[in-house]
Design a binder for this molecule. Structure first.
Ligand code: CP
Length: 304
C-alpha cells in the first residue's frame, strides 16, 4: 500500500514527480477541463480535529477527478463517542474506501493507522508531528510563485508545535535551501529536526526576530501559534502576539518576496498585507487542490 505519512524520507525525485503531476492537473482543479479518471473510486475522510482547507481541498480534488467521498463527520456523530478505538475505526473504514485521509490530534496516529489499514492512509496532520500533503502544496506554491532551487526561506512563528514546518524542513532539505528558523525562544524547532537538517548539510540559521532576516529571504513562511497544543494556557499567553507581519516589517524586503502561511491565521499577518504583491497565502490554499489531486492519483495508482 502506498501510504503518505511523513516527508522525512522523500527523495527529490518523488517530490518532483508529484509537483509535475499537479501542474498537469491544474486546469482540472480550476474547472477549465473535466475528467472522470477517478470514476468508481471512494475516498474516506476521518477528521478528529477541525479543518477547512485539508478536508475541503481533498473533497474538491476527488470530486473534480470524478471520484466520490464518504465523510465520518464530527467525532460526536461517530462511534468514537461510544469509545471505539482508532485502530478499530481504521480497520472498518479502510474496508469501505479505496483510501483514507486521517487528521488526528495524536502525533504518530497516521503511522499507527497504516498498520491496521487495508487501504492507503494519507496523513492529513497528526498532532504536532507532520502534515505531508501541506508540504507538497507548499513546495508547489514556492515553485510556481518563487523558485525552489537554492531558496533562502524563513520559517517563522510556532516551530515547536507547528507540524507544517516540521514536514516542510525535510522536503526543503532536498532542494539545498538555506533555512532561517525564526521563533520565540520557547517555540524553537525541536532539536532532533535541527540535527537532521544539519546532518543533511543544510544551512540553518536560528533567529528570534523577523527584522534579522526580512531583507535577505525569498520566502517568509509564517505560522500560527498552535494554542490547542499548549499544555499550560499561561505559557500560550506569554508567546501569543509575539510575531506579526505588518506592512512596516516588509518595507525593506526583496521586491519579489513571497509571504506564505498554511492558514488559518489568527493575527500573525496584518490584513493590510493581503493586498500587497507579496501575499501568496490564498493562492497557496488553492494549490492544495491540484496537489491533492496528484497525491490521490499516486496513492490510488490512477494514470493521468
Ligand atoms: N493548512 C491546513 O491544514 O488548514 P486546515 O486546518 O483548515 O485544514
Amino acid at each position: 500500500l502506498h501510504h503518505i505519512i511523513s516527508t522525512r524520507e522523500y527523495s527529490r525525485e518523488m517530490l518532483d514527480e508529484i509537483l509535475d503531476m499537479a501542474e498537469k492537473l491544474e486546469p482540472i482543479a480550476r474547472g477549465e477541463k473535466t475528467t472522470k479518471i477517478m470514476d468508481g473510486k471512494l475516498l474516506a475522510l476521518l477528521f478528529f480535529e477541525p479543518s477547512t482547507r485539508t478536508r475541503m481541498s481533498f473533497e474538491t480534488a476527488m470530486l473534480r477527478l470524478g471520484g466520490q467521498i464518504i465523510n465520518m463527520g464530527s467525532v460526536e456523530a461517530s462511534s468514537i463517542a461510544k469509545g471505539e478505538s482508532l485502530a478499530d475505526t481504521i480497520r472498518v473504514v479502510s474496508r469501505y474506501a479505496d483510501a483514507v485521509v486521517l487528521r488526528h490530534p495524536r502525533e504518530g496516529a497516521a503511522l499507527m493507522a497504516s498498520e491496521f489499514s487495508s487501504s492507503p492512509i494519507i496523513n492529513g496532520g497528526d498532532g504536532a508531528g507532520h502534515h505531508p500533503t501541506q508540504t507538497l502544496l507548499d513546495l508547489y506554491t514556492i515553485r510556481r510563485e518563487s523558485r525552489l532551487d537554492h531558496l533562502n526561506i524563513a520559517l517563522a512563528g510556532d516551530l515547536k508545535y507547528g507540524r507544517t514546518v516540521h514536514s516542510l524542513c525535510y522536503a526543503l532539505s532536498r532542494y539545498g535551501a538555506q533555512i532561517n528558523l525564526v521563533s520565540p525562544r520557547e517555540l524553537e524547532l525541536p532539536k532532533r529536526i535541527v540535527d537532521d537538517l544539519k546532518a543533511r548539510d543544510i544551512k540553518v540559521h536560528i533567529a528570534h526576530s523577523m527584522e534579522d532576516v526580512i531583507e535577505e529571504v525569498d520566502v517568509l513562511y509564517m505560522t500560527r501559534i498552535q494554542k490547542e497544543r499548549f499544555p499550560d494556557p499561561a505559557e500560550f499567553n506569554r508567546v501569543s502576539n509575539s510575531m506579526r507581519i505588518t506592512e512596516e516589517l516588509i518595507e525593506g524586503c526583496k521586491p519579489n518576496l513571497k509571504i506564505m502561511h498554511p492558514l488559518p491565521r489568527v493575527n500573525e499577518i496584518s490584513p493590510a498585507v493581503d493586498k500587497t504583491e507579496h501575499a501568496a497565502y490564498f493562492k497557496q490554499a488553492f494549490y492544495g487542490v491540484p496537489v491533492r489531486m496528484a497525491i490521490l492519483c499516486k496513492v490510488l495508482g490512477v494514470d493521468l
